[in-house]
Design a protein around this ligand. Structure first.
Ligand code: FES
Length: 164
């Protein structure tokens, strides 16, 4: 009976966690031949203050960033939509999920996994990082021009984005 435990930072969507559970279960089945019904998965989420490297928590590391990099001490950033509304998004959160949490209907929602391209945006201002995005939906040239898939964008500062 394999038991797989995963510790991760808070902020993943329920759908992401379901996908992770399925992937880990499938990995146990294919790698060690475990019967599906015997595979146990335990996910543990932790706040950024409960994860540290080299004696410094992720939360403290964020708070120590130079002014302007992180304008709100809680680690939240303000995301403004050109010609639309605004919402807050943490650095561990993808802006599409934050937008959904705020009830915004400014953007389409599909796979939430960087594959379908429906959540395409252009970041006009601010710093951000991205997770894996479909190269068929966002080319390198488009990436360089600020285009991204909102379900894979993590803010590092306040952002100004264009939708559509
Ligand atoms: S929702 Fe499908 S790529 Fe973002």
């Amino acid at each position: 009976m394999p038991i797989i435990e995963v510790n991760m930072l808070e902020g993943r969507s329920p759908d992401d966690k379901e996908r992770l559970i399925q992937a880990l279960t499938d990995a146990a089945i294919t790698s060690i031949g475990a019967p599906r019904e015997t595979v146990r998965i335990i996910l543990r989420e932790m706040p950024s203050g409960h994860f540290a490297v080299g004696g410094q928590s992720l939360r403290r590391k964020r708070l120590q960033r130079p002014p302007g990099r992180n304008s709100v001490t809680s680690g939240l950033h303000r995301i403004r939509i050109v010609g639309g509304g605004e919402f807050s998004c943490g650095e561990d959160e993808r802006i599409l999920l934050a937008m959904e949490r705020y009830g915004s209907s400014d953007i389409g929602v599909g796979c939430r996994g960087g594959g379908c391209g429906i959540c395409r945006v252009r970041v006009v201002g601010g710093d951000y990082t991205t997770g894996k995005m479909s190269a068929a939906k966002i080319s390198e040239t488009e990436r360089a021009a600020g285009f991204a898939l909102a379900c894979r964008v993590f803010p590092v500062s306040d952002l100004l984005i264009e939708v559509g």
